[in-house]
Design a protein around this ligand. Structure first.
Ligand code: PBG
Length: 326
C-alpha cells in the first residue's frame, strides 16, 4: 500500500485515533524509584547536581516512600551512604549498616513495597572503587565474598531483590549460591549486566559520595564501544541466576536494550541514570526544554527500545503525569 491510497496522517487526526494505533505503553507499574539513605535523623540534604533528589535519613525516607507508594510506584532501589568508610568497605555488610536498618524500617511500614538494594562497595570503601584492592587493582575473586556477604545482609534485613552493580565477573552466581544456602531462595537478583563505564554517572557520585579517589572504573565496567560483549555479559548473568538483566545507562544505549530484548526472553530493565536526569533538569531550569514533555518522551523511548522496567529519578514526576495528577 502506498500514497495516495495509504495516508499515515489519517490516524493522527485526533487523540482517540492516535491512541488506537499507539504501539508503546508506559505505566506506573514499570517504574522503579532510586533513593539515597544516610545515617541520622531529620536529614534531607539536597544533591546540588540533581535538583529534586535528596539524601534522606530513614525518618524522612519513610515520608518520601509514602508519597511514592501513594502514586502506586511498585518498587524502590536503595543506595546507602555509610557513616564510616574503610578500604574493605566493611559497612556494606554490617547488620547495623545504614541500608540494613533502613530496609527493616521500610518493610515494617510498607510490607508490600518491593525493596531493591544496590549491592556494591564504592559507597563503602575509602578509595571509592567497587571492589577490594591489591595495589591499584580491583581484585575480582576476593570482592565476590564481600559482595555476597553484603547481599546476604540485605536479604536478612528484608530486601526483596538485590541488585549487584559492581561488574565483577561471576558475582551473580556467587550471590545466588550464598542466598540459596542461607534459605533466601525467594530473594531475586536484578543484575546490572551491561553496565558501561559512563560519564553520565557524574552527578550520582555526588549523591552517593562514591567517586573513585584515584583512576577510574574502566578495568571493570564495560567499554562504551561494545555491543556483542553486552550479549555475553547478559548470557553469563542469566546462566548464573539473574531474574532481571539491566542495561545502564539507558539513553546512549538504547540499541543495547533492543538487542538484549530481542536475543533473550528475559525481563530487561534500563537505568535512566543521574546524568540523563540532570541534563533535562538543567535545560528545563534555563527554560530551554519543556521538562514534562521531554521526561515523558525519554521514558517512552526507553520503553520502545524494549525495557520492561525503568529505574528513574523521575519516577514520582512521571507517575503524577501518568495518573493525571500533575
Ligand atoms: C555504584 C553505582 C553507580 C550507579 C549506580 N550504582 C555509579 C558508578 O558506577 O560509578 C550510577 C547511577 C546513576 O548515575 O544514576 N556502582
Amino acid at each position: 500500500m502506498h500514497f495516495p491510497h495509504y495516508r499515515p496522517r489519517r490516524f493522527r487526526r485526533n487523540e482517540n485515533l492516535r491512541r488506537m494505533i499507539r504501539e508503546t505503553s508506559l505505566g506506573v507499574d514499570q517504574l522503579v524509584y532510586p533513593l539515597f539513605v544516610v545515617p541520622g535523623n531529620g536529614i534531607r540534604n539536597p544533591v546540588s547536581s540533581m535538583p529534586g533528589v535528596f539524601q534522606h535519613s530513614t525518618d524522612n525516607l519513610l515520608r518520601e516512600i509514602e508519597s511514592a507508594v501513594e502514586l502506586r510506584i511498585p518498587a524502590i532501589l536503595l543506595f546507602g551512604i555509610p557513616g564510616h568508610k574503610d578500604p574493605e568497605g566493611s559497612e556494606a555488610y554490617s547488620e547495623k549498616g545504614v541500608v540494613q536498618e533502613a530496609v527493616r524500617a521500610i518493610k515494617a511500614r510498607f510490607p508490600d513495597l518491593v525493596v531493591v538494594t544496590d549491592v556494591c562497595l564504592c559507597e563503602y570503601t575509602s578509595h571509592g572503587h567497587c571492589g577490594v584492592l591489591r595495589g591499584k587493582e580491583v581484585e575480582n575473586d576476593p570482592t565476590l565474598e564481600v559482595l555476597a556477604r553484603s547481599a546476604l545482609s540485605h536479604a536478612e534485613a528484608g530486601a526483596d531483590v538485590v541488585a549487584p552493580s559492581d561488574m565483577m565477573d561471576g558475582r551473580v552466581g556467587f550471590i545466588r549460591d550464598t542466598l540459596d544456602e542461607a534459605g533466601f531462595d525467594q530473594v531475586g537478583i536484578l543484575a546490572y549486566s551491561a553496565k558501561y563505564c559512563s560519564a553520565f554517572y557524574g552527578p550520582f557520585r555526588e549523591a552517593a559520595e562514591s567517586a573513585p579517589q584515584f583512576g577510574d572504573r574502566r578495568a571493570y565496567q564495560m567499554d562504551p564501544h561494545n555491543s556483542d560483549e553486552a550479549i555475553r555479559e547478559v548470557s553469563l548473568d542469566i546462566e548464573e541466576g539473574a531474574d532481571i538483566v539491566m542495561v545502564k545507562p539507558a539513553l546512549a544505549y538504547l540499541d543495547i536494550i533492543r538487542r538484549i530484548k530481542e536475543e533473550f526472553e528475559w525481563p530487561v530493565a534500563a537505568y535512566n541514570v543521574s546524568g540523563e536526569y540532570s541534563m533535562i533538569k538543567a535545560a528545563a531550569a534555563n527554560g530551554w526544554l519543556d521538562e514534562e514533555r521531554v521526561m515523558m518522551e525519554t521514558l517512552t523511548a526507553i520503553r520502545r527500545a524494549g525495557a520492561d522496567l525503568i529505574l528513574t529519578y523521575f519516577a514520582k514526576d512521571a507517575a503524577r503525569v501518568l495518573l493525571g495528577r500533575s
